[in-house]
Ligand binder design. Structure first.
Ligand SMILES: [Fe+2]
Length: 83
């Protein structure tokens, strides 16, 4: 799983966040094939959780500012992902 320009949302800060999140997921997926120790798994999951929460809040704030019509649906999706 790697970043491709077709994933761009046109806002560089959010594109940067998405690349970081994808890199964390990719690190987990590629490393887990060779066997990850529990501390590394915890580190990746913690980083992913922390970074995603910060990113989702920033995204939702921006969407509210621009009155994004599907904000409630997107917010629900964020909550499901964090769960
Ligand atoms: Fe996002």
């Amino acid at each position: 799983m790697s970043w491709e320009s077709k994933y761009s949302v046109g806002i560089s800060k959010f594109d940067d966040d998405h690349q970081i999140i994808l890199n964390l997921i990719d690190t987990y997926l590629t490393q887990s094939d060779s066997g990850l120790d529990l501390n590394t798994v915890r580190f990746i999951i913690d980083q992913l959780g922390d970074y995603s929460q910060t990113h989702f809040k920033a995204e939702e704030t921006y969407m509210a500012e621009i009155k994004y019509p599907r904000l409630d649906d997107h917010r629900r999706l964020h909550h499901e992902m964090l769960d």
